[in-house]
Design a protein. Structure first.
Length: 94
């Protein structure tokens, strides 16, 4: 996942800081052969997260993503998708 976050932030070699992750409001990481979403926890200000057409089999949205309104995990091989209780702003799950 770090590669997708790096590409979205246009950071190729530098260390990604917590402030960098907090600055993300949209992450387009579809069709990138992603198998796991480690590194996503700090991006709590996302309102749009696109993870479609990857290789995910299990996805758990980290808690604290109260700004997220759209989550696209379609076209994966998901056996489980977990959304924390209280994720009240999520109005579109694809």
């Amino acid at each position: 996942m770090n590669a997708a976050i790096r590409q979205e932030l246009n950071i190729l070699t530098e260390l990604i800081t917590e402030q960098d992750l907090l600055s993300l409001t949209s992450l387009f990481a579809g069709d990138r052969n992603i198998r796991q979403t480690d590194g996503l926890e700090g991006a709590r200000n996302l309102n749009f997260l696109d993870l479609d057409s990857n290789l995910l089999t299990d996805f758990a949205l980290p808690s604290g993503f109260s700004s997220l309104t759209t989550l696209d995990v379609g076209f994966n091989a998901l056996t489980q998708c977990t959304i924390p209780e209280g994720q009240t702003n999520l109005d579109s799950l694809i």
